[in-house]
Design a protein around this ligand. Structure first.
Ligand SMILES: NC(=O)CC[C@H](N)C(=O)O
Length: 199
């Protein structure tokens, strides 16, 4: 099982790599656009600000190779958000535009501080190869202050006083808002399923 992990200076590369290698994957970390064109499957990690992440992807010439990639692609945490059209973060930033919609800030409420930090249970919305073996009610670990738009791409959600698209899919692109590398059995199963998704 080969996987290419984009190391672009805005991602939790080390923890994702360790989780993938624990599953037996051969991990290549790269920021070279040529490596993406020949990758069997790609994971786009991400932590921090959307604006900076997009600046890094643009500076490294990675935006178009990611956009044109037709084999399995998984965005993790901020990496899921980057798959959408735009984000309100950093005063508004255009993203990769692979899934329709705008990422918005989580509106804080008395029972719902922002950022959403901690364990929440998953509600499965529909079957998907990435969710094979994941059960309704499984726990996942979230750390985010922005939330993707809930729509047809949502295949699993978490209830945080608002519906948080926890796992999304559109064509060959999947996203995971929570940290699968820090989400115990469900997270490990999602990474394993991604590694086994036919390229
Ligand atoms: N954990 C993160 O890196 C968060 C990503 C994004 N900036 C958000 O607040 O949702």
């Amino acid at each position: 099982m080969n996987v290419t992990l984009i190391g672009y200076g805005s991602g939790n590369v080390a923890s994702v790599r360790f989780a993938l290698e624990r599953l037996g994957a051969r991990v290549r970390i790269t920021a070279d656009p040529a490596d993406l064109d020949e990758a069997e499957r790609i994971i786009l990690p991400g932590v921090g600000a959307a604006g900076y992440a997009m600046e890094r992807l643009k500076a490294l010439g990675l935006v178009e190779p990611i956009r044109r990639f037709q084999r399995p692609l998984l965005g993790v945490c901020l990496g899921q958000q980057l798959l959408f059209d735009s984000s309100a973060e950093d005063g508004g930033v255009d993203l990769l535009g692979l899934i329709p919609g705008r990422v918005e800030a989580i509106a804080p409420a008395p029972s719902r501080p922002s950022p959403h930090m901690g364990w929440s249970r998953l509600t499965l919305r529909r079957d998907d190869p990435l969710l094979d073996g994941v059960k309704d009610g499984d726990w996942a670990y979230f750390v985010h202050g922005y939330v993707c738009p809930d729509g047809p791409a949502t295949i699993a959600a978490a209830d945080y006083g608002l519906a948080v698209p926890a796992v999304v899919n559109s064509a060959n692109r999947w996203g995971c808002q929570f940290h699968p590398e820090r989400s115990a059995a469900a997270g490990a199963r999602i990474l394993k399923n991604f590694l086994e998704t036919p390229a």
